[in-house]
Design a protein around this ligand. Structure first.
Ligand SMILES: [Zn+2]
Length: 105
């Protein structure tokens, strides 16, 4: 049996930064390390190349996305806006929610 404690992705951080911050960090890091689906070939082989840059190991498709996840609610709104589509029906709560999500505990 390994004598190390089960601390998940926060191993190395120890007791620093406080429980709330570490909890948030776990949420972000697990999402970040999870393989994501490629919008080009559909394979779940997308890994983060850099902050906001995502790359598919299957088809080498590189695209930009959120810093920690390839797709963000805010990004969806931005894409619609870029295409010139009306985005009134995109509920504004979703945007507000994603902006304040990290504040609620
Ligand atoms: Zn791909």
């Amino acid at each position: 049996m390994p004598k190390t404690k089960k601390v998940g992705p926060t191993r190395g951080l120890g007791t620093r930064y406080g429980a709330t911050v570490r909890k948030r960090y776990i949420k972000v890091i697990t999402e970040l390390k999870r393989p994501h689906k490629c919008p080009n070939c559909g394979f779940v082989r997308v890994h983060r190349e850099s902050v906001g840059v995502w790359k598919c190991k299957k088809c080498n498709f590189t695209f930009t996305g959120g810093a920690y996840t390839p797709n963000t609610k805010l990004g969806a709104v931005a894409r619609r806006a870029a295409k010139g589509l009306p985005f009134e029906e995109v509920n504004k709560e979703a945007v507000v929610e994603s902006a304040t999500e990290e504040e609620t505990e």
